[in-house]
Write a protein that binds this ligand. Structure first.
Ligand code: ZN
Length: 182
C-alpha cells in the first residue's frame, strides 16, 4: 500500500513534468512559425524585386480578397503604396461552379468605368469575360469557381484611385471597389 501511493506520487509528478514540457514545446513552435514566416517573406521580396536597389525601395504587400456564393467581395477598398509589389489572392469561399457564380478580380486603368468594362466583358465569354481587345486592364486574375484561388502579382501603379470589379456577367454592379495607391 505504501509503495503504491509512492508510485502514484512519482507518476503524478512525471505527468506534471511532461505536461510542462509540452507547453514549453508548443510555445517554442509558435515562435519558430513566426520567425519562419518573416524570413521567407524577406527572401521572396528579394527574389521578386530582382536587384538590391529595388529591394530596398519596394516591398511586397499581400492581400487576400474573397468572393462568395452571394455574389459579394469581402472588401470594397484596397490600399497599397506606390512602388510596392502587390500580390493579390482571390479566394472563392463559396461552392458554386464558375459557370454559375464565377469570380475574377480585374483592376482597371483610369478612364474606363466599371459599367463600361462590365458591358464589354459580357461579350467575352470565350475568354472568361476578359475582353481581348482592351487596354483598360492593369491586372486581372483568372475566373474561378467555389473552393478555388488564384494569385497574381503586379507593380502598384502611380498614386491614385482605381476601380476593381468582377467581370462575370451581372456581378460588376455589386462586386466592385476602389483600389487606392498612396
Ligand atoms: Zn463574380
Amino acid at each position: 500500500m505504501k509503495s503504491l501511493s509512492k508510485f502514484v506520487l512519482i507518476f503524478g509528478a512525471m505527468a506534471m513534468v511532461a505536461c510542462g514540457e509540452n507547453k514549453e514545446e508548443k510555445n517554442n513552435e509558435d515562435d519558430f512559425t513566426i520567425g519562419d514566416t518573416q524570413s521567407s517573406e524577406t527572401s521572396e521580396t528579394r527574389q521578386a524585386s530582382g536587384d538590391t536597389e529595388e529591394a530596398e525601395d519596394g516591398d511586397v504587400v499581400e492581400i487576400t480578397i474573397e468572393g462568395n456564393d452571394q455574389m459579394r467581395f469581402n472588401k470594397e477598398e484596397i490600399r497599397v503604396k506606390a512602388g510596392q509589389t502587390v500580390r493579390i489572392t482571390l479566394k472563392h469561399v463559396g461552392e458554386m461552379d464558375k459557370n454559375v457564380m464565377g469570380h475574377n478580380w480585374v483592376l482597371l486603368k483610369p478612364g474606363t468605368t466599371v459599367n463600361e468594362f462590365g458591358q464589354q466583358a459580357v461579350k467575352a465569354k470565350e475568354n472568361d469575360y476578359i475582353p481581348e481587345d482592351t487596354d483598360a486592364i492593369i491586372a486581372h486574375t483568372e475566373l474561378i469557381g467555389g473552393g478555388e484561388t488564384d494569385t497574381i502579382e503586379f507593380e502598384a501603379p502611380e498614386a491614385g484611385t482605381y476601380d476593381f470589379l468582377c467581370s462575370f456577367p451581372g456581378h460588376y454592379s455589386v462586386m466592385k471597389g476602389k483600389f487606392i495607391v498612396e
